[in-house]
Design a binder for this molecule. Sequence first.
Ligand SMILES: [Zn+2]
Length: 460
Amino acid sequence: MKGIKLRRMLGMALLTATVVTAIPVMAFAEQTEQTGQTEQVGENTGEEESSTPSQETVITGPAVVITAGKAKLLSVTSADEKLKLKWKASGRVTGYVIYRKTSGTEYKKIKTIRDKDQLTYTDKHVTPLKTYRYKIVCFYKEDGKIYYGANSNPISCKVGIKVGTIKAFEVKAVKISLQLKWKKKGNVTGYFIYKKEKKGEYKRIAKVTEKKYLDEKVFLNKKYAYKVRPYLKKDGRVFFGEYTKGVSGKADVKAVKRKITDKNSGLYGKTVLTYEYNDGTMVSDPEKYLDKKDVSYVMYINKSRQMVTAYAQVDKCLVPVKVFICSPGNATPLGTFHLNLKYRWHELMGPCWGQYCSRITTDGVYFHSIFSSKPNDNKTMSVSAYNKLGTTCSHGCVRLQAYAAKWIYENCPIGTTVVIYNGSGYEPFKKPVIGKVPYWHTWDPTDDTAKYLCKEHKCH
Ligand SMILES: [Zn+2]
């Protein structure tokens, strides 16, 4: 009580210093003592920079002490490349002065807070990964004079680093793979990709620097979930950002039935069943969706376009499974036929010899490989005939690459339906394009039994 009374007296004395003469000596003493540490709050801050707080505001003299309160620094935490200070204070407080230092330097005043109820401060002027040490000093203002409290405890904190974030993360099926794409905001060096199967845990599967990732290790019709986490490399260290939310995707194949209404198609009136990926492209190897044991094939030869399509018959639909380039002849008849004879090798008109012969008509129109000039000799293939594949140039047989003739020979038993037509309309597959072979390449590069020659010549 005594102290407060005295303080009031002092205050009055200070206010009226010029007119009041009977001021107790101790008041003057205090005034003198305080001068060095007195400042006008709100005055130019440059001056504040140089002032250092006293450990305690002590009034020497008989028992009159004015002491500003003391702050206790509670925490300094790093978030978003800023440091946040929290403190509490006790005693007489008008505001706070925040001091900061870095290793090997002196404390400098960085902020004066003139609100005793403000108990946090965010220091934005910091450098990532640098450590700062803080202390807080309370000040107390009365009668135009400022009294400083003792230093608070110091707390050091290292500034973290803000790793950029990921936006617009999406997973889309592209055939039998899943394409991950995203955008980024802020500083990112790269990304970690995490993947999860239905009931499993997320596992890291890749580290990329691009803003996309194609996961080809997926099964059809199976759902996978993904997360992406950005990272930032700085000073040889890796800092992790936030995970994205899990986004799932599935690569599936749909069976699409089409009734062919194109009158220019050899398939007019038929129903074609194709398997398509999510992006609408046709599965190129649909046979794996078919039950091999039950599959029977129908061969369609588009004579005018020199291509052969193999269809599997499924539920009264035709599933296109293979397409081959061929060379029919003008004499190739149109109509519906059934395979009726097979030869591994057979003498053809020429004389010449063909491999994998499957007879289409009873009067000698065959599917067969490009002919050889010597009996049963796959090293004497006619290069010019091979290079003419895709044109109409045979005597009536349907010439094929060796692998195609072999496929028909092995997969289309006697009795298999063969339809020969001229059609400019719908075909499920495009006509294949094949490379030509040089004059010395007297064997079919698709012939399994001549592969060793390509290997020797390092040509295919
Ligand atoms: Zn070759």
